[in-house]
Ligand binder design. Structure first.
Ligand SMILES: [Zn+2]
Length: 665
């Protein structure tokens, strides 16, 4: 399963569940460029992989080989998504390379469309699944091709270009890449424009059993019979013939074999099983790989590579190819561990009744990871969290890995956070503070996860507070963890631990938390109630503070509303008071009080305020999708030519990366 890709405010909400820390980035997030460019509703951004330089040379070399394997397979996904995609990409990239020879307006429109094509992985929008708009006429398109040919471009003839132009622009063909509609005679398999089924209907499939449901294409022959084309490299020595994508898969396997030489033992075992699967295409081999991958929990570098998520298939059976290369961020993980070691210190000083303090508390630790390269179904548009494998029996018997892509989350926060601060920050001082302490939310998130959820003791007779508090439990528990974070982030202990620099940083966190209560209303439909637990808990905290303390003041100016934090001490005191009450509710199973808190402060939205906030956010035009330029890894070879290390570069140029990956540069 993958979380996202999601619109930015959703990501900001989910960031609360991600373990990341602000400390020890080589260059502060505020000083470097994340958002590179905006194309229509799509943002193009640079993904930064801090900490790569701190890996061992061997792990860096491993990342290099795995990244090469990721790049080698990316065309599989494009072809799975749409049968014309690679042919159209060749035309677009050839025109892009010869842009200087084109009429400027045509060159600009082709550049806009080509960038969207690269980010969305074809001519269909990643979220809407509909065709991307193309604003060149057929004549303009052919004229651009003619000029590019004179400049040396290699393009198909005009007859073929007319066909491709029609594919790109005709609103009545290939409408949706994944169409899930079933009403009025609609058929998801027939109506989806992806390349997982050719000429096949849902009814055809009812009478057909696939041998390789996850990794095959089903094609209807002229005589009406169905043929299953398995995706595999083949293995002549075992008499297994090559299948669809054999060329691309062989290239992937070549890089995976190179990786074996530098992989730690557990990773090596998993990669060998993956190579076996790519050769045979058999599910049993895929399953064996999944078991080995789950067992590899201690390695610094991790890798997803294969036909994994099934969202592209309206039937939910066929895996779209993807690759994710990542490493554990040592500095971030160390910051998490530093907090976890202090869990008892915090517990002993929690602002709640002694009765509810744990004598032996253990902080909850998790690994923070950074993505180096994502391709296929995972890049340039990336999820923010991945939980694999999808095979339920492996999850039950062998476990699963849940990773949060912390550098992706950080990038999303930088893109959307900066924009909403400009509108919802009350004055220049608050906006400057937000810029100065961009990473502070990560510290709060760590406190929330590591200290917050682990803390507190319930009365013996309560046993399971979730059962007693029922539907209100999750909201209250999230509020409790958030309040622990808010309460401690302003404590000198955090400065002593080197996690927070100053009271100024704590104020920035309080202001961000409070602002977010307005900004997150973007996710609530007009006239609706708040349903999601994290959103409810934030509303609960801030609205309780407004109603019962002087920690937050409401300011109205020029028809707009601001929530302001007057000072750190009052906000912290208010949070301590509410925290003691939420802890008491959990520890004693006080359903009535819990319900009153959630229903009274966390669920309802003032329709006037909601309308105002939606109007303000609409004017900001936050992007709906972000495509990332991935870091580039450059090999360092020894005298024999073997890769012994790798360097990282952040190129900040989508076109350059895409053109080099497709061999045009
Ligand atoms: Zn939580």
């Amino acid at each position: 399963m993958a979380n996202g890709p999601l619109p930015s405010p959703v990501v900001a909400a989910l960031a609360m569940t991600v373990l990341v820390s602000c400390s020890s980035s080589p260059s502060p997030a505020s000083e470097r460029k994340v958002l590179l460019e905006r194309v229509d509703d799509t943002a193009i951004a640079q993904l930064w992989a801090d900490g790569f330089a701190q890996l061992t040379p061997r792990d860096r070399a491993l990342c290099y080989h795995l990244a090469q394997a990721a790049i080698a397979g990316r065309d599989i996904f494009l072809d799975q998504r749409f049968a014309y995609a690679l042919e159209i990409r060749d035309v677009l990239e050839e025109l892009f390379v010869h842009a200087a020879a084109l009429e400027p307006a045509a060159a600009a429109e082709l550049a806009r469309y080509t960038k969207l094509f690269w980010v969305h992985g074809g001519i269909h929008h990643n979220l809407s699944t509909r065709k991307l708009p193309f604003h060149l006429s057929l004549d303009g398109f052919l004229a651009a091709a003619a000029r590019a040919r004179q400049d040396g471009a290699k393009l198909p003839d005009d007859a073929r270009l007319r066909v491709l132009f029609d594919v790109m622009t005709n609103e009545r063909t290939f409408e949706s890449v994944t169409s899930k509609a079933t009403d009025d005679g609609a058929d998801p398999v027939r109506d989806s424009a992806n390349n997982l089924y050719v000429g096949v209907t849902s009814a055809d499939l009812e009478r057909f059993e696939e041998r390789h449901p996850l990794n095959s294409r089903v094609v209807k022959q002229a005589d009406g019979t169905l043929v299953e084309e398995v995706y595999r490299m083949g293995d002549p020595s075992s008499g297994i013939p090559p299948g669809r994508y054999a060329t691309e898969i062989a290239r992937i396997v070549g890089h995976l074999r190179d990786a074996l030489a530098v992989a730690p033992p557990a990773t090596k075992i998993a990669l060998e099983k993956l190579i076996r699967f790519y050769a045979t295409g058999d599910f049993a081999d895929w399953h064996a790989y999944g078991v080995a991958w789950v067992a590899d929990t201690r390695s610094v570098v991790d890798n997803v590579n294969g036909f994994v998520e099934v969202y592209l298939d309206a039937r939910g059976r066929k895996g779209a190819w993807e690759a994710v290369v990542s490493f554990v961020d040592v500095a971030r993980t160390a910051a998490i561990e530093r907090l976890a070691q202090q869990a008892q210190w915090f517990e002993n000083r929690m602002p709640w009744d002694e009765e509810f303090k744990k004598p032996n508390v253990r902080g909850i630790t998790a690994r923070a990871i950074s993505v180096v390269t994502e391709t296929g179904d995972s890049g340039p548009i990336t999820p923010i969290g991945i939980n694999l494998p999808n095979e339920e029996d492996i999850r039950q018997q062998h476990g699963s890995k849940s990773v949060n892509l912390s550098n992706v989350v950080e990038a999303y926060a930088a893109i959307s956070g900066a924009t909403s601060v400009e509108e919802f920050g009350f004055d220049d001082a608050e906006k400057a503070r937000a810029r100065r302490w961009q990473g502070i939310d990560d510290v709060h998130t760590n406190l929330h996860e590591v200290v917050g959820h682990a803390s507190g003791k319930v009365r013996k007779e309560v046993i399971d507070p979730a059962r007693i508090l029922g539907t209100y439990y999750s909201t209250l528990e999230e509020a409790r963890a958030d309040l622990v974070g808010l309460y401690w982030i302003a404590d000198p202990k955090l400065v002593e631990l080197g996690l927070v620099a100053s009271e100024d940083a704590a104020l920035a966190q309080y202001e961000q938390f409070t602002r977010n209560v307005l900004v997150q209303l973007r996710r609530v439909p007009r006239g609706g109630r708040i349903e999601e637990d994290h959103m409810r808990n934030r509303q609960l905290i801030v609205h309780w503070l407004i109603a019962n303390t002087d920690a937050v003041t409401v300011v109205r100016r020029d028809g707009k509303t601001w929530y302001r934090v007057p000072d750190v001490a009052r906000f912290r005191a208010g949070c301590g008071k509410l925290l003691a009450e939420v802890m008491r509710i959990k520890a004693t199973g006080d359903f009535k009080a819990g319900k009153a808190l959630v229903e009274g402060y966390g669920v309802k939205v003032d329709p006037t305020l909601h309308g105002e906030v939606l109007a303000r956010l609409e004017r900001l035009g936050l992007p709906s999708v972000t495509g990332f330029v991935m870091p580039e890894l450059l090999p360092i070879r020894d005298a024999s030519g073997a890769v012994v290390d790798a360097e990282i570069r952040h190129g900040m140029d989508l076109a350059d990366q895409m053109l080099r990956w497709s061999g045009r540069r």
